[in-house]
Design a protein around this ligand. Structure first.
Ligand SMILES: [Zn+2]
Ligand SMILES: [Zn+2]
Length: 318
C-alpha cells in the first residue's frame, strides 16, 4: 500500500508535487478547480508540462489523484444545479486527463430527500455526458475558464462512499454497486471505480476495527462491488462514533477509530496494491509529515499483526 496525502495547489500543481514529496507522501490528491466554486482555474498547457516535470523531479511521488469540485451534484432534482454539475464534471475530468491523473474522485451527490431510486438515472446520464464532453473542445459556458486539449482516454472516475448524512448517495456498498452496474453497461469496466473513505465507511455504520470485522467488510465489498473495482482509500480517523452518519475527519490515532482499528483494515492483504490518501486536518492546514509518518506506522502495524496471527496459526499446526 502506498501512503499519499491531499495537498494544496497554491503556486501550481508542480508546487503540490513538491509539497507531497516534502512530507513523505508517495502519492498526492489535489483539486484542479476551486472546490467551492463553479468556475474553472487557469490550467494551461504550461502548468500541465510543469506537473509532468515535477513528477519526474520527485520520483518518490508516484501518482496524482484529483478530487472533483464539491459543488457537483448529479443527484440534484434542480435542473440548474444539474446542468452546472455535469459541465463542471466534464471540466474536472478534462483537467484530470490532461495531468495524467490516476483518477478523479467524485461524491455521487445528494438527492435532497427524493430517494435513491429517483436519482440513479440522473447520475448515470450526467456522468456519461461528462465523459463524452471532457474531450470536447466545444464545451462552452462561464464555468470553463480554460481549454485543455485532451487526447486519448478520459481519466478514470472514482465514486466515493459517503458517511450517509441527509440524502447523500453512496452510503452503502449496494448503492455504489447499482451505480457501477448501470455505468458499466455504457463503459468498459475500468472507467468507473471506487474510492473508499475510511471515515465515511465507519460513520456509515461499518466497524472494521478488529481483524475479523475488517475481513468481513472487505468480503462484503468484494461480493457487492468487486475488489477489482477498488482503486484507492481516503485515509482518515473519525471525530464521530461508528454509525453517526456524519462526515468528520480526525487525525490518524486521534479519533474514535484509533490507530489499532485502522491498522486492522490497512493490513488486509487484498488491499496491498492500493493507494491510501490522507485527508486529515493535521495542525489545521491538512496532512503533514507527522500524519504521513503515523499513517505509515499504522500500515506497518497492521501488516505485522496479521503476520503474527499467521505465524501463530502455523505454530499450532506444527
Ligand atoms: Zn474522502
Ligand atoms: Zn469526508
Amino acid at each position: 500500500m502506498i501512503i499519499g496525502a491531499h495537498v494544496g495547489t497554491s503556486g501550481g500543481i508542480a508546487k503540490s508535487v513538491e509539497r507531497g514529496a516534502a512530507m513523505g507522501a508517495e502519492a498526492i490528491q489535489i483539486f484542479t478547480h476551486n472546490p467551492r466554486q463553479w468556475r474553472g482555474i487557469g490550467l494551461d498547457d504550461i502548468a500541465i508540462e510543469d506537473a509532468k516535470k515535477a513528477l519526474e523531479d520527485e520520483p518518490t511521488v508516484t501518482s496524482i489523484v484529483t478530487h472533483v469540485t464539491y459543488l457537483v451534484n448529479l443527484a440534484s432534482p434542480d435542473p440548474d444545479i444539474y446542468e452546472r454539475s455535469r459541465v463542471s464534471l466534464a471540466c474536472n475530468l478534462a483537467a484530470a486527463t490532461a495531468i495524467a491523473a490516476s483518477g478523479a474522485v467524485l461524491h455521487p451527490g445528494s438527492h435532497k430527500g427524493t430517494g435513491f431510486e429517483s436519482c440513479t438515472t440522473r447520475i448515470v446520464d450526467g456522468i456519461s455526458w461528462a465523459f463524452e464532453h471532457a474531450s470536447d473542445s466545444h464545451i462552452v459556458g462561464e464555468q470553463l475558464a480554460y481549454r485543455v486539449r485532451v487526447q486519448g482516454q478520459v481519466s478514470t472516475l472514482l465514486l466515493e462512499n459517503t458517511a450517509g448524512a441527509g440524502g447523500t448517495v453512496g452510503r452503502n456498498f449496494d448503492e455504489l454497486a447499482t451505480l457501477i452496474e448501470m455505468l458499466n453497461a455504457n463503459y468498459p469496466a475500468n472507467r468507473i471505480r471506487i474510492c473508499l473513505d475510511t471515515q465515511h465507511l465507519w460513520a456509515s455504520g461499518k466497524d472494521y476495527t478488529s481483524i475479523a470485522s475488517a475481513d468481513q467488510i472487505i468480503d462484503e465489498f468484494d461480493q457487492a462491488i468487486g475488489l477489482d473495482k477498488l482503486e484507492c482509500l481516503h485515509l482518515n480517523d473519525s471525530k464521530v462514533p461508528c454509525g453517526a452518519m456524519r462526515d468528520r475527519h480526525a487525525n490518524i490515532g486521534e479519533g474514535m477509530i484509533g490507530q489499532q482499528g485502522l491498522a486492522a483494515l490497512l493490513g488486509h492483504p487484498r488491499l496491498s496494491n492500493l493507494t491510501a490518501i490522507l485527508e486529515v486536518p493535521g495542525d489545521g492546514h491538512g496532512p503533514n509529515r507527522n500524519q504521513v509518518d503515523i499513517a505509515k506506522q499504522t500500515l506497518a502495524q497492521g501488516i505485522a499483526i496479521r503476520a503474527g496471527l499467521a505465524n501463530d496459526g502455523n505454530q499450532q499446526h506444527d
